[in-house]
Design a protein around this ligand. Sequence first.
Ligand SMILES: [Fe+2]
Length: 149
Amino acid sequence: MAHIEWTDDLSVGIEAIDRQHQRIIGYVNKLYDNLHDRQLLADVLADTVEYTESHFGFEETMMEEAGYPYLRAHKRIHDLFIRRVAKYKERFVAGEDIGEELHDTLVRWLITHIKSEDANYSASLVAKFGRDEAKMTKKKSWFARLFGD
Ligand SMILES: [Fe+2]
């Protein structure tokens, strides 16, 4: 499984979130490029985890503000994922070569999650915020981290 290509079927119909997903895919592809370089892998792994956690926080706040009825279930899936990745991180720190396995997991998880759970909140968020990014992102402290360079 090599690089993931962004295709239209991954769009949740909300530009701000699509861009965050595209950035996560960028990190996962970078991970693939550095599978066997421990130092680079450590850096990319840290970036991927940090950005993904901010992104989850953003999604969860948007779902909450939109009154999305399945927020709790969605948040549980995010939390499980974070714990799963933390286990890979532990194995990595213990010296294991987990790059390929982690990459495969991330690719599979991400595609499935975006196409199913994330697609499910789309209508609720659009109903609340329209497709106006400014309405979603104002007053949000993680704005710079999620949208900056
Ligand atoms: Fe999500």
